[in-house]
Design a protein around this ligand. Structure first.
Ligand code: BDR
Ligand code: CA
Length: 309
């Protein structure tokens, strides 16, 4: 597979951390920047977490701070500390970090990178779509310069995980999602239809990250994540949200997709619902199935060969 030029737009987040770990190990993904967005914690904490993870995984790319508010100017009422901990990374004690954010903001950086890598840039967006929507609003040419957007978010034939209809990243900022969908930029939705099909557990992760310099930290944060699923589903394993979108970027052959048009419901009890109309000529793809065993093998092998040499 040829190299893809990518930006990671993220709200770290335990599963965001695991996705970045995988992304860094993918030699066919050329990462140019990490842009942050509020979501699993507020923007300050998510940005701090991005700096921490960058140091931890020894990733040499700039971090740009994203929007602190939604596209319509509102602020979140609260953050999902019951899933990701108050610090967004499991409340297990945050590692030290040394670097700083860039002076430029995330939206300007996205626009600049779209010009620098015109027609080649892939945005891997695993949080709410506010930064992308702001870039669309600030620069008419932005969306047209992207090669593709791959999102973790939404649900097609699967119920939501925040309401019966809506997934967290989309209901976080439905107006932003609608702005991004309307650009008709090629976009693949890696939503709950597939991210709930693959599950990880301590037993799976221990041989994958155990013994690495940051292994104990990753196992600890995933214990917090697993605890949430014990409380809510009575299961010790947990769905693989953000990493599934990253695996799609490198191994789309593991996924079954349908093509069509996405939109997002803004009003009423279905607010945040991703509505999909199948159409062979549509700009959007929705993942509906995944070879989960192959995905777990891909994830584990990629981590082993990169971090263990
Ligand atoms: C999504 O919501 C966030 O909490 C996770 O990081 C993931 O991106 C799952 O619905
Ligand atoms: Ca996320």
């Amino acid at each position: 597979m040829t190299e893809k030029h990518v930006v990671f737009d993220t709200d770290p987040g335990i599963d965001d951390a695991m996705a970045l770990l995988y992304l860094n190990a993918c030699e066919n993904l050329k990462l140019h920047a990490i842009t942050t967005i509020l979501g699993n914690a507020d923007i300050e904490q998510c940005t701090r977490n991005a700096l921490i993870l960058r140091d931890l995984f020894r990733i040499d790319v700039p971090v740009y701070k994203g929007s602190a508010i939604h596209i319509n100017g509102t602020e979140p009422d609260d953050y999902p500390d019951f899933v990701h901990g108050a610090d967004g990374l499991g409340d297990v004690g945050l590692p030290e970090y040394s670097g700083d954010i860039e002076r430029e903001d995330a939206v300007s950086a996205l626009i600049d990178l779209s010009k620098k890598h015109e027609g080649e840039l892939v945005i891997l967006a695993v949080g709410r779509l506010t930064n992308l929507a702001l870039a669309v609003q600030q620069d008419d040419g932005f969306a047209g310069r992207l090669q593709e957007i791959i999102i973790m978010g939404g649900a097609y034939q699967h119920p939501g995980n925040v309401t019966p209809f809506a997934e967290a990243n989309i209901i976080g900022d439905p107006e932003a999602a609608e702005i991004v969908f309307r650009t008709e930029t090629p976009l693949t939705m890696v939503g709950l239809d597939v991210t709930t099909q693959t599950r990880m557990s301590h037993e799976y992760l221990e041989p994958v990250v155990g013994g690495l310099a940051f292994g104990d930290f990753l196992l600890a944060i995933n214990r917090t994540y697993a605890d949430y699923h014990v409380r809510t589903e009575d299961r010790h394993d947990f769905p693989v949200h953000d990493s599934s979108a990253l695996v799609y970027a490198t191994r789309p052959d593991l996924f079954e997709t349908v093509t069509g048009h996405l939109s997002c419901t803004a009003e009423g009890e279905e607010r945040g619902r991703t509505v999909f109309r199948e159409d062979a000529n549509g700009p959007h793809k929705v993942c509906i199935n995944i070879d989960s065993n192959a995905m777990l093998e891909e994830y584990g092998q990629r981590i082993a060969s990169f971090y263990r040499g």
